[in-house]
Design a protein around this ligand. Sequence first.
Ligand SMILES: Cc1cc2nc3c(=O)[nH]c(=O)nc-3n(C[C@H](O)[C@H](O)[C@H](O)COP(=O)(O)OP(=O)(O)OC[C@H]3O[C@@H](n4cnc5c(N)ncnc54)[C@H](O)[C@@H]3O)c2cc1C
Length: 648
Amino acid sequence: MTTWHDYLKEEGRPLSWPYPIRFEKEQKIETDILVIGGGIAGCWAAISAARQGLNVSLVEKGNTVRSGAGGPGCDHWCDAPANPLSRVTPDDWARHMANRPYCNGIGIQIQCREDFDTLLEMEQMGGKIRDTNDEYVGAEGRDDKTKFMISPRYGTIHSYFPDPRMGEPNFNPPDKRNNVVIRVWGSTFKPALKKECERLGVNIFDRVMGTSLLTENGVQGARVVGATGLNNRTGELMIFRSKATILATAGAGSIWLMSMEHGGYSNMMSRTASGDGTIMAWRAGAELANMEANGIIRIATGLKHKWYSGGGDASYENVPIVDANGKRLPYPIQGWEDAGAMVPTPEVAAKIREGILKGEYALPFYGDFPSMKEVERNVTWKLMLGEESTTKIIINTYNKAGFDPSRDMLQNYNFIEGQSLPQWREAGYGGGLLVDWNLKTSLDGLYAAGTQMFSPEDHSYAAATGRYAGRKAAAYAKEIGKSKLSRDQIEIEKSRVYAPVRRSSGIEWKELHAGISRVMQYYVSEFKTESLFQIGLDALQKIEEETVPTLYALDPHKLMRSLEDISLLNYAKIIIHASRARKASSIPLNLQRIDYPAVDPPEWNKYLTVKLEDNKVKIGELPMTFWGDMKQQYEAHNKDYTGVYRGK
Ligand SMILES: Cc1cc2nc3c(=O)[nH]c(=O)nc-3n(C[C@H](O)[C@H](O)[C@H](O)COP(=O)(O)OP(=O)(O)OC[C@H]3O[C@@H](n4cnc5c(N)ncnc54)[C@H](O)[C@@H]3O)c2cc1C
């Protein structure tokens, strides 16, 4: 069979390639604010900067209308404690959410204070956030006055958070009804965001991949004054000159795992999340934090269902689970007691496992939709599952096949799918750019938002921090002029970017990607020691020196994929540098070192930072709550902000 690859090799580029090829040609764009990444955080950043009357350019690798992890949808708007039904104050909830090690207290405070304002703004743009058609009257959590649909999420899950290392008592809500999470029609959000960007005159550059940041005089560590991008359809080089730049390209997926046939090469997050923004900032000299954090991969890989498994978790939050004989499991307990906790407590999980082994529970388990009240079933099946990407595909497929949730049960894959392999890891929700209370990075002129920052949270966090970063970057840009771009720096980037198209043979991006993932699986997985780290670094170095110079791409799309691999390679190296710098094991960071077995010893309760200085890796450290008093700091930095919550 002739593959597309063979075809290109044998026949050359087809005449019908729908876009003109413009490799090495340049297009120059002047802008006040440059936003790189048109996902949730990026769109919000662009909108809020444009509302300040500035000229804004938005660069997106895919198509802004649906790109990124939040593009297809979202069913939970989490941590909106300023909503009128909330039983907790934003500052109390922020303190509670930040009461765990290695989180981002700055982002959490911003989310808790401004996330409900962000949601109301989303409604003004055309996003649907209330049950305006009265479809779910009578459902638990629906408020008839506001028509908001409160989700049970974040009840008992937060009992996992208290941690004595944080030096502050855990905030104990009066009962499990905190009412901080709102069920939403999130599939309406991304189109509304793009439309609002267009209405405000944001220049959207879809299908452009940001490749590097440009700094004053081309110096590492200096002010960021623009960026380069590659049009992944034409191959043209885009050169942006800006007063302020906001990075919002999310984190990196696919570092440990390249799963071609299953989850679209990536794991959990969007395929486009290849760590580009982090690497652009790294090369420019920005400081990163928490890069040693990693986790076992989550949903949507195709390799396993957890958590999306037919009951009890995430969008299925209050679907009861029964065993093969219809016997109820002790999780979740209908009635919101623990619905929304997403995973059973370790004690309950152990009890279920024991029950299976003793024959008390028969496998497989099922999500018992028929036993639910009709309105609750509809909320889950139609709204929650229908508004998210992976689950929308699941319900559409089942609906087509004649599945009827009022009659049929949905199989749950817990226990029968086995455990995750320790080699299936992800980095996406750990490390990222270090930011201050203006969401400014350690580089002047450079801001970050959403998953681009260290220790990020979820959709509404990305939205609220994007909106905030846009506001702050605009304030900075109003006070500063543009700077000259360094032609030398552009030339160096140009030869890096186009190297793969200047060759006609060698290896292609897929092989390279698979090689990087293998190195990480072998040397940076379950067993971690100084010498394994060194072997991993040497192997990546060898790939960089011997294999990358043979990388070739025959069209602009493959060129983009090749450049993504180079981002992944660099990202992998940073993970190893940060991991080996932490001479201790840590549960929250998922770092188990054989040579340093002490788990979270007090002297290691601190963030590690990492950056390039004169192209050499420099490790630094910060105290666990380096952001100071969250409420005070937020208020000091936002004196003019007017939102629903005015503080106490
Ligand atoms: C299946 C699924 C369900 C989810 N459900 C929920 C939910 O119900 N509630 C919730 O709170 N959260 C949910 N999340 C998480 C939520 O989607 C993310 O937290 C959120 O999208 C993060 O926003 P972001 O802007 O940081 O990243 P994204 O939204 O992923 O945006 C990053 C953007 O950057 C672009 N990009 C990447 N590299 C480049 C580059 N080099 N140049 C230009 N552009 C680039 C990408 O194409 C993308 O558009 C879900 C995630 C998934 C995958």
